[in-house]
Design a protein around this ligand. Structure first.
Ligand code: ASP
Length: 308
């Protein structure tokens, strides 16, 4: 018998938000239980579902402990032969970081579809129920694998997904790469390959054993940026720094020098870009290592590297 059980893990977010009836803003995220979110969708009545409330937070407050629990529970359920896939309900604000974290740590051979909403469940026309239903469609898709974000009928890969809009229902983009797939009237139209690979040997165990995550900050290059922020962080004991450079990861001279000094003192440094599209292209003579993903995802990679 082919696997048919779907596990839904709730972490909170606007999709579980409650506010004044009909209001789009001024709500509180993470108020409605994941079981109730699923029960509200008649189309899911005949699906074999397990729900687990892993957290109930606004994702701007995402914490390492929640990531640990999520990774542990996902790993458990992914190992069950009758589970076809996992759906995670999540706030939109840090969804892209959780997606990349889970892809890096689990590299799942089954689909993990993270979904969300831009309007609370109590809005006049909430977008959460359709997004949740679409995430189920992706999680049940034969042959699908890897961690994906599902929002407004668009499926984004963990490496590429980023929140690009403060208000629009279609709030995510995949940059130059474009989406992985669309969900249209309950069917998946796949455009390119599912996310694959990356979990290093023992990485999940190291994440689960860690008491706290390493201290890694993002520093942004901008007109007038200097050395003071980096110097202060190094003096405070920071372990890793991601520089969100301008353009092709460029940094003003005092900031670059401060980062080089930080590296000499043993702080791990990566150089990403604050540009919305494109990636930092490494050049001969670069003194600070370039990273191809966005600053927040480079930060996830640095966290995992420092846990090693
Ligand atoms: N602040 C909310 C969160 O990330 C926003 C959302 O879910 O859209 O949980």
């Amino acid at each position: 018998m082919s696997p048919d059980r779907i596990v839904v893990m709730g972490t909170g977010g606007t999709i579980a938000g409650r506010g004044a009836p009909g209001a789009e803003l001024g709500y509180v995220a993470g108020q409605i239980g994941v079981e109730d979110l699923v029960a509200a969708i008649p189309e899911l009545r005949d699906v074999r579902v397990v729900t687990e409330q892993v957290a109930q937070i606004d994702s701007k407050d995402m914490a390492f402990g929640v990531w640990q629990s999520l990774a542990a529970r996902c790993a458990h359920w992914l190992g069950q032969a009758d589970v076809a896939g996992i759906v995670v309900t999540h706030g939109t604000d840090t969804l892209e970081e959780t997606a990349w974290f889970l892809q890096r740590v689990l590299a799942p051979g089954k689909p993990v579809a993270i979904t969300c909403a831009m309007r609370p469940a109590t809005a006049l026309v909430p977008d959460g129920p359709q997004n949740l239903l679409d995430a189920f469609t992706v999680a049940r898709q034969a042959g699908a694998r890897g961690v994906m974000a599902v929002c407004a009928g668009v499926v984004h890969g963990a490496a590429e997904v980023r929140k690009v809009h403060t208000y629009r229902l279609d709030a995510f983009g995949s940059g130059d790469a474009g989406p992985l797939a669309y969900v249209e009237a309950g069917r998946v139209r796949q455009l390119r390959g599912w996310p694959q690979g990356l979990s290093g040997a023992g990485l999940l165990d190291r994440v689960l054993c860690a008491r706290e995550w390493p201290w890694v900050e993002i520093v942004t290059n901008h007109a007038g940026a200097g050395s003071r922020t980096v110097d202060a962080l190094v003096a405070g004991g920071v372990q890793g720094l991601v520089a969100a450079g301008t353009g092709n990861g460029s940094l003003n001279v005092p900031m670059e020098q401060a980062l080089l000094r930080a590296m000499e003192k043993g702080v791990r440094v990566l150089r990403s870009t604050r540009c919305l599209d494109g990636k930092v292209i490494a050049q001969a003579g670069d003194r600070l290592p370039a990273h191809p993903l966005t600053p927040v995802k480079a930060r996830v990679d640095l966290l995992l590297e420092l846990l090693a």
